[in-house]
Design a binder for this molecule. Structure first.
Ligand SMILES: Cc1ncc(COP(=O)(O)O)c(C=O)c1O
Length: 419
């Protein structure tokens, strides 16, 4: 069940406190303190960077940050290399290469039944992260409210705050991480402008049901809210599931900003090629935000992604089944070591429920011990909450080769005994 929370008091408090700190004048004898933006000056380094650094320091297996072991499809990489050597390496058009925008529109027509006009409804960005920033900046005016379903990808809160918005959090809880109509209504005010909706949900590894999506769509339509839909994991769904976009739900074509990521679709996370699909009036304003964030994205990578999006269905099926096999291997191994594993319906991740595993310690403590004493990096799910976090769940990335997963299981078994 979702539990309700009031306003984003913690994040707002953090912002206020950090603004206040500007007034502490340094003693006259010291060099004058450089004035930096207090929001960024006090923002914590992301948990992914922190855990990856600890993994490197302790020579640990890194099941923390979500990137696959594999090199990515060779034909797509060959296209990129070819485009670097023989293609255009000068500024591409700001909204993206026409060939990629056409490919995005065709791809979502093929897989999600969407009808998109590539000229007015598709923008290419430097990863989904930039797409989220551009959408947030374009849709929020100071004082507007943004509903964030937590656990949430860690850029949402800071991006909303920097756009001048006020986050309103809804707390989702394990094991079901369910959205309810009551939770949505309870955070709604006349200033509610957007909801950040991540489906499949990282880190919970949930794929929302069509009933939950219908509840959210109905709420958006009734309150005139735009759904900023982070669908970067759309192709990584298991057990016969198929990617469904919020944009395809009744009434949502004009109220959805759909965000995708080639990094996830092709297991090439370093490429940072993302896409925004939205109704023309939304896309036109988001494009203005995009032009002064990055302006454009490497044309050679865009050309390769355009080629990749046209790959046959077998590529997508094989990718899914490969990740599902790794998920099952890690799940079985962890269960044999006595861990309670929550269902993983999509993404590169699965979660261990520490409390249900009989472990009486919080997720951060477990992760620190696991990386320092057992040699496995994982992510504490509490890091995905701005306040009142769930502290009993740990996220592990299974997009690794079998040997790595097996070694990690053995080490996590040791961490369990240390706890
Ligand atoms: C939910 C979610 N949104 C956005 C991103 C960032 O995507 P990109 O690498 O394309 O910026 C990630 C990456 O893990 C993610 O999990």
């Amino acid at each position: 069940m979702a539990r309700l929370r009031p306003a984003a008091s913690l994040v707002e408090g953090l912002l206020r406190r950090s603004m206040g700190r500007r007034l502490d004048l340094a003693p006259q004898t010291r060099a004058p303190r450089r004035r930096m933006n207090p929001f960024y000056a006090t923002l914590k380094t992301s948990v992914f960077s922190t855990m990856s650094a600890l993994a490197a320091e302790h020579g640990a297996i890194n099941l923390g940050q979500g990137f696959p072991d594999g090199a990515g499809p060779e034909d797509v990489r060959a296209r990129a290399a070819e485009a670097v050597l023989h293609g255009n390496n000068q500024y591409p058009p700001s909204p993206g290469l026409p060939e990629l925008r056409q490919a995005v529109a065709a791809h979502y027509g093929r897989f999600q039944g969407l009808e998109l006009d590539w000229k007015t409804q598709v923008i290419v960005t430097s990863g989904a992260t930039e797409a989220l920033a551009a959408a947030t900046l374009a849709l929020i005016s100071p004082g507007d409210e943004a509903v964030i379903l937590e656990p949430a990808y860690d850029s949402y809160g800071p991006q909303v705050l920097r756009a001048g918005g006020v986050p309103r959090f809804i707390r989702l809880e394990p094991p079901n991480w369910t959205i309810t109509r009551e939770a949505l209504e309870a955070v709604t005010t006349p200033r509610t402008r957007i909801v950040m909706f991540n489906n499949p949900l990282n880190p919970a590894a949930r794929v929302y049901t069509t009933q939950e999506m219908a509840v959210l769509a109905d709420w958006c339509v009734r309150h005139g809210v735009v759904a900023v839909c982070d669908e970067v994991w759309e192709h990584i769904v298991f057990d016969g599931r198929r990617p469904v976009s919020m944009m395809s739900l009744p009434g949502m074509a004009g109220s959805t900003v759909k965000i995708g990521s080639a990094g996830k679709i092709f297991s090439l996370t370093g490429w940072k090629v993302g896409f925004i699909c939205a109704a023309p009036e939304l896309a036109a304003v988001i494009q203005k935000a995009h032009q002064f964030l990055t302006f454009a994205t490497a044309p050679n990578l865009q050309a390769a992604v355009a080629y990749g999006l046209d790959k046959d269905d077998a590529y997508f099926e094989q990718m899914r089944s490969g990740f599902a096999r790794s998920r099952d291997r890690l799940t079985a191994g962890l269960k044999s070591e006595g861990f309670a594993v929550l269902p993983s319906e999509g993404t590169y991740f699965l979660n261990v429920d520490l409390a249900a595993s009989g472990l009486n310690l919080d997720d951060e403590t477990f992760c620190l011990r696991a990386v320092k004493e057992a040699g496995v990096a994982a992510i504490p799910v509490s890091a995905f909450y701005a306040e009142d976090p769930v502290r009993t769940v740990v996220r592990l990335c299974f997009a690794k080769n079998d040997d790595t997963l097996d070694a990690a299981v053995e080490r996590l078994g040791k961490a369990r005994k240390l706890a």
